[in-house]
Design a protein around this ligand. Structure first.
Ligand code: FAD
Length: 481
């Protein structure tokens, strides 16, 4: 039987990038504290939280993806994810493994802009900078991609006029490191943990350990109840602070299971409606040499970013596809890197009625309260999607020849960017779950983390922002304890 600690200073639920950010900041600033992280899913590889793309052996990589796909019987989503299934957000997905979705992500880390930003956080830029440090973000990983400059030149001519400098077309900041031999290393939670956490003997990570309840006594978080999934044993771990970083669906689920049920819990759910298109770049020759010949990932055209603005409220990312998504004629062999995918994400019209409904009578595959989603697109959302389809067509015409007649609108939930379900606010007025340091209203010592904390309607990839919010929460704990 595994030994679990009887008491720690801080118990962290979930080992994705946001849970890891709490462990890292606390390891750096308060090495005197005892920390424990509990993670439902298995450890995939060493170091803990590593991105599966960094696993060289394809058989081992596929096995790691399959092991992340939740309890037996859960429907499969994209590799490394499983679907909630049967709900109004049909593509809603989760990952259960050390590193969470951060072991499978694309690692795009744009900063939010204009109305995407959380206006009541005066130190947001400082926090985003710290999140970039933790995630190892760089805008230069694909600097030598042969078609990248040309892709950006064409997109800039189409989209830049009238935009502020920081909202013009640019390389996508990515949580990726380029090694001296040209190979790429993708950041997962392992990079967020960093050596500071790995060397911290007072931090322990428990994989295959499901937190079934946050203990609340006299209005204070007092610890967690953990089920060891290896042998079914139940353990009570007392803690002065509890951080729930269990993704935007399962963080509110665990609060619900713990009878912490503020009115906004699970509400204001927003996913980013998404349209995709593919295009063959016009007038580019084949790249003679692949500058990343030894890399497992080849991206001749790099990853480019068309930032969100209030006037054009979508976030565009343009990247080389590994293969054409549209069947080409058998004798049509595209130049390597000349087919690029365009993904446009929209900001959702945020409403309280878009929500997760928890069922005390029914259970999910882990035995937690079953979740059902109520969700719909408003006329404003439909108009935003129409405008995104028009923008993606403009981008495609600027770049070359589209491979299909119409952009494809993906199923709701496909963005994998679920936000709002434990959103932060300035005051406890029933429209938020936590304060600006992610402390849950009305329960002392309880923090929430992850994309669910983001209160604004964003279209950009949210992880950088949610890691930034985790930094603020962790600093708060470091000061308070
Ligand atoms: P997660 O990474 O989801 O981790 C939460 C963890 O909590 C999970 O491991 C889960 O098993 C665990 N957990 C849940 N409940 C419990 C419980 N009761 N007890 C114990 N543990 C529990 N985002 C971007 O910003 N940019 C991108 O380019 C991008 N691309 C993506 C591509 C793919 C294919 C995928 C799958 C995701 C992508 N994302 C992207 C989303 C990104 O991965 C998430 O935003 C990020 O991982 C969220 O971090 P988190 O720590 O909040 O949650």
């Amino acid at each position: 039987m595994r030994a679990f600690p009887g008491a720690v200073d801080v118990a962290i639920v979930g080992s994705g990038p946001c849970g890891a950010a709490y462990a890292r900041i606390l390891s750096e600033t308060r090495p005197d504290l005892r920390l424990a992280t509990f993670e439902t899913g298995p450890m995939l590889a060493d170091p803990p939280g590593v991105h599966v793309k960094n696993i060289a052996d394809p058989v081992a990589r596929e096995r790691a993806q399959r092991r992340s796909e939740g309890p037996g019987g859960a429907p499969r989503g994209r590799p490394g994810t499983f679907l909630l299934g049967g709900n109004a957000l049909p593509a809603a997905a989760m990952s259960s493994n050390v590193g969470g979705m951060g072991a499978h992500w694309t690692a795009a880390c744009p900063r939010p802009g204009e109305s995407e930003r959380i206006g009541f956080l005066p130190d947001l830029d400082d926090l985003l900078g710290e999140a970039e440090r933790l995630l190892g973000v760089s805008a230069h990983a694909f600097d030598d991609a042969p078609f990248a400059a040309e892709v950006r030149k064409r997109l800039s001519a189409e989209f830049d006029p009238g935009r502020d400098e920081d909202r013009r077309v640019r390389p996508m900041p990515l949580a990726v490191r380029c090694e001296p031999d040209g190979s790429l290393v993708w950041s997962g939670a392992d990079v967020v943990y960093g050596e500071a956490t790995r060397r911290n003997e007072r931090h322990t990570l428990f994989p295959e350990a499901l937190v079934t309840r946050v203990l609340v006594e006299d209005g204070r978080a007092a610890g967690v109840l953990v089920r060891d999934l290896r042998d079914g044993g139940e353990h009570e771990v007392r803690a002065a602070r509890v951080v729930v970083a269990a993704d935007a669906l399962r963080t509110p689920q665990l609060l619900w299971a713990s009878a912490v049920r503020p009115p906004a819990l699970g509400r204001y759910l927003n996913d980013q409606p998404q349209v995709v298109f593919a295009v063959r770049l016009r007038d580019v020759g084949a790249a003679d040499t692949d500058p990343r010949g030894r890399s497992r990932i080849v991206r001749q055209s790099g990853v480019s970013w068309v930032p969100f603005t209030d006037a054009e409220p979508f976030h565009g990312q343009v990247m080389q596809l590994d293969a054409s998504p549209v069947p080409l004629a058998p004798d049509d062999v595209p130049a390597p890197g000349s087919i690029v995918g365009l993904g446009w994400f929209c900001a959702k019209d945020v409403r309280a009625e878009d929500r997760i409904v928890f069922d005390d009578a029914a259970r999910d595959g882990y035995g937690m309260p079953a979740m059902r989603i109520e969700y719909g697109l408003t006329p404003r959302d439909e108009a935003a999607l129409d405008a995104a389809r028009a923008a993606v067509r403009r981008a495609a015409s600027a770049l070359g020849e589209p491979l299909d007649d119409e952009p494809i609108t993906l199923a709701a939930g496909a963005s994998l960017h679920y936000q709002g379900t434990v959103r932060m606010g300035l005051v406890d007025d029933g429209t938020s779950v936590c304060d600006q340091d992610s402390r849950v209203w009305g329960v002392e010592g309880l923090h929430v983390a992850g994309n669910g904390v983001i209160p604004t309607a964003t279209a950009c990839n949210p992880t950088l922002t949610s890691v930034a919010l985790a930094v603020a929460g962790a600093r708060r704990i470091a000061e308070e304890i």
